[in-house]
Design a protein around this ligand. Structure first.
Ligand code: FES
Length: 360
């Protein structure tokens, strides 16, 4: 089957944003500024249906995320539904609010893998970044429980100006917690992160130093642990193939049931998102206007249209193109061939030491 000139494959992954409620206030959160309220959240039965429909559509892996997914009392039931549907079940958690007992119940319910974020190697700084006193200690405690239960643990660290000089120490911390995989991600400037961009943006020198450090860490720990690292956009010359290409590999379901091609898609005006309350996931994947909008390469303008990379990077990120140029059909200005590329360097140079706008 093809839409918009693109072959339509089955999606591999589903990001289930179960709730936007979260005890932490991380200033780099990519959730939207207008958070879905508790009353608008899908109920347990609706999420269980989403899991069955996802599996039927070909999805292999579900990421139970948020906000903090454990803020939902029915998280065990949702995990159970995902597992019964045959999905590999990854829990993405802040770790705050999950007791050892609840973690055990979640493992019994069918969680296959746990991802915990850490904010810094220094507890005081970590708590300050998270906007929650004691967060760092709780993360360490839950990581120990996860390892004790024999579940694979990924430690995710989001890097920015306040912690970029301690990547090595954060990797040491992740190793000491028993992580089998480490994900180092520079802040991506959407949602709350965009609001805090000047306070979070590292300098070019810091980024160059960090890239070297990550390479050295990979060599040092080769064969022992997998270290995935995402290059910081604003200092790159080539755009990332965001979400593996719009509507190609994954979908996101928001707490209220809207289905998005990527977590930030709602920033693009004029897109029509369908909701799982009214449509099946398969119908949405195949036919919803938002998924069709930037699928394939037909929608592209120059310089993407005639670029040899267009089937590899898909023109970069649609949301970033809109946020930085005002038109989602433009090339992602991170690309050195984009007419607005010089503007990105100007934005990156705007670094201001100011208090964070915490996500609340
Ligand atoms: Fe939406 Fe990149 S975040 S396409």
């Amino acid at each position: 089957m093809s839409t918009n000139g693109a072959t339509l494959n089955a999606p591999l992954g589903l990001l289930a944003e179960l709730t936007h409620r979260c005890p932490l206030g991380c200033p780099y959160c990519s959730n939207p500024l207008a958070l879905d309220q508790r009353e608008a959240e899908l109920d347990t039965a609706a999420w269980a249906r989403v899991m069955r429909e996802a599996a039927g559509l070909g999805v292999l892996q579900v990421h139970l995320s948020g906000g903090e997914p454990a803020a939902r009392r029915d998280l065990e039931q949702i995990a159970k539904a995902a597992r019964s549907a045959g999905l590999y079940c990854n829990l993405i958690t802040s770790a705050v609010g999950i007791t050892a007992q609840r973690m055990e119940a979640l493992a019994d319910a069918g969680i296959d893998h746990v991802q915990i974020s850490i904010q810094d190697s220094e507890p005081q700084s970590a708590d300050h970044i998270a906007g929650y006193k004691g967060a760092s200690g709780r993360k360490r405690a839950l990581a120990a429980e996860v390892v004790k239960l024999g579940l694979p643990l990924t430690i995710n660290m989001v890097v920015h100006r306040a912690n970029i000089s301690r990547i090595g120490a954060m990797v040491d911390l992740a190793l000491s917690l028993g992580a089998s995989r480490i994900e180092i991600a520079h802040v991506q400037y959407y949602g709350w992160a965009l609001k805090n961009r000047a306070a979070l943006m590292p300098s070019r020198e810091q980024v160059e130093q960090a890239v070297k450090e990550v390479e050295a860490l990979r060599e040092q720990h080769c064969g022992r642990i997998v270290i995935d690292a995402v290059v910081p956009d604003y200092y790159a010359r080539f755009p990332k193939p965001c979400v593996g290409g719009w509507g190609r590999r994954s979908l996101n379901v928001t707490p209220a049931g809207r289905v998005l091609p990527c977590h930030a898609a709602e920033v693009i005006p004029g897109l029509e998102f369908w909701n799982v309350r009214e449509h099946s996931l398969a119908d949405i994947w195949r036919n919803s206007p938002a998924f069709s909008a930037f699928r394939g390469t037909e929608w592209m303008a120059e310089p993407c249209r005639s670029c040899a990379m267009k089937e590899k990077d898909f023109g970069g990120c649609r949301c970033q193109a809109f946020l930085l140029t005002g038109d989602a059909r433009n090339a992602d200005p991170i690309c050195h061939l984009a007419p607005q590329h010089a503007h990105v360097a100007e934005l990156a140079a705007m670094q201001i030491d100011t208090a964070y706008h915490y996500r609340r």
